[in-house]
Design a protein around this ligand. Structure first.
Ligand code: ARG
Length: 461
């Protein structure tokens, strides 16, 4: 039978309906915050003692009681009660059972509204650090792979059509750039995350002379919130974390898409590690890139989760509303995906074998140096638009005879424009084309090597 809630049931004559209890309980999800809840409560109890609300004896009891509860949870021996709604009330009630009446003073001046934000921010600071470690490991893998592929030619694509010659290292470093932006984004979000709401109370503040600054430092925060109404209603930091995760997931999904395409027998650019692939229950020959597909597929939920969170926030009047309880399931879901998706994508690339021959074959396909021919003509004094048209004619001529551009004779080329001379063939060589793209960030090995050394310095490898 549902009981009248002991924490807030004073003004109620009736018990909470079972269906309301079931509907509103969040314990299955927010028990995930137990560690931060206990850490927050210990720090708050210390602040209460300094403010004269708790005696030193009461503080000691509270601290040891909370530590025992933590051990019990970690040993899997704690019984979470649905009737106690959430992690905060489960722990407070267990504390009272463990140490008696001193526990009843812990919530003085505190509300679950500032408590839950404190817990969530502490949790996200931890998770953000963990994600940053995973991304960092991934970046190292990319840089080290790139370092050994600075002379490996491959076709660069636009519209998925062969476009211009590049190196594999250049492509790998493009992935590096995407993920490095993600890393920086997580780092920068910490500034806004690391602001303690504790001491904001339900919404209007705290009358018990709590030293908020000291309290925030004890919890490892860098600053304190400046408006208690905003502090308890703000979930921007959740949205920001979820956006960061969504955008990173989009990057992981794009990388996975390339891994999937490259591992087809048609492309055959990459052999994914067998231990990260799966077979078919009917077709014995299959080696499927399921991990890459799940990274790509799973990214969809991170976008959905972000939209859930933003939709949850957009109609809320100030200050706290229970709607906010719905933030945790999508947030945790996104974080869980992110941690494992970064890890598995990194492992796929670390264990992959790249097929330089297949890439090289394609480099000699698709008239990949047509732009180089146009640029050769520019160097010979022809305006680019005219040069583009002449090179297009050369492509037409080559296609008609089923030849490569480089296989056209000098007299055929000269017929297109008399400035063309035998030095043109240098411009139709993919490696020379690559070497000529020496602008900052370009595909020339000298440039890519610079990008790699800068990245290595940043990653301290
Ligand atoms: N379980 C709630 C949440 O996640 C905690 C805050 C409850 N506050 C309240 N006034 N009912 O948001």
């Amino acid at each position: 039978m549902p009981k009248k809630n002991e924490s807030w049931g004073g003004r109620f004559k009736k018990q909470t309906a079972k269906k309301a209890q079931v509907f509103s309980s969040s314990i299955d999800v927010d028990q995930n915050l137990y560690l931060q809840d206990i850490t927050g409560s210990i720090a708050y109890a210390e602040a209460l003692q300094l403010a004269g609300v708790l005696t030193k004896g009461e503080l000691a009891k509270i601290k040891s009681g909370l530590k025992q509860i933590k051990q019990k949870i970690e040993a899997g021996k704690f019984k979470w009660e649905e009737s106690l709604e959430d992690v905060h009330m489960n722990i407070e009630s267990a504390l009272e059972k463990a140490i008696g009446s001193a526990a009843k003073k812990l919530h003085t001046g505190r509300s679950r509204n500032d408590q839950v934000v404190t817990d969530l921010k502490l949790f996200l600071l931890d998770q953000s650090k963990e994600l940053q470690i995973c991304i960092n490991d991934f970046l190292k893998i990319l840089v080290l792979k790139a370092e050994s592929e600075t002379e490996t030619l491959m076709p660069g694509f636009t519209h998925m059509q062969i476009a211009q010659p590049i190196t594999l290292a250049h492509h790998l470093m493009a992935w590096y750039e995407m993920l490095n932006r993600d890393l920086v984004r997580f780092q920068e979000s910490e500034k806004r995350l690391s602001i303690s709401p504790l001491g904001s109370g339900a919404l209007s503040g705290n009358r018990f002379n709590i030293n908020r600054i000291k309290l925030s430092k004890a919890l490892g925060f860098k600053d304190v919130t400046k408006n208690s109404i905003d502090a308890v209603s703000d979930r921007d930091y959740v949205a920001e974390m979820m956006f960061n995760i969504s955008l990173m997931s989009v990057h992981l999904s794009r990388i996975s898409e390339e891994l999937i395409i490259w591992s087809t027998s048609q492309f055959n650019y990459i052999d994914l590690p067998e231990e990260l692939c799966t077979g078919s229950s009917i077709m014995p020959q299959k080696k499927n890139p399921d991990m890459a597909e799940l990274v790509r597929g799973g990214s969809a939920k991170t976008i959905g989760n972000l939209v859930t969170l933003l939709s949850l926030l957009k109609n809320q009047p100030l200050a706290y509303n229970r709607d906010n309880q719905e933030d945790k399931a999508p947030l945790f879901d996104s974080i869980n995906y992110a941690l494992s998706a970064v890890d598995i994508t990194a492992a796929m690339i670390a264990g992959a074998d790249f097929n330089a021959d297949a890439m090289l074959t394609d480099v000699y396909d698709g008239h990949i140096c047509a732009t180089d021919l146009a640029e050769y003509l520019v160097i010979k004094g022809i305006p680019f638009r005219d040069a583009h048209a002449i090179s297009g004619k050369a492509v037409q001529l080559a296609e008609k005879q089923n030849l490569l551009l480089v296989e056209l004779t000098l007299s055929e080329l000269k017929k297109l424009n008399s400035v063309i001379d035998k030095d043109v063939y240098k411009y139709l060589d993919p490696m020379k084309s690559i070497n000529s793209k020496n602008s900052i960030g370009g595909t020339a090995p000298s440039q890519v090597k610079k990008q790699i050394s800068a990245a290595k310095a940043l990653l301290k490898i």
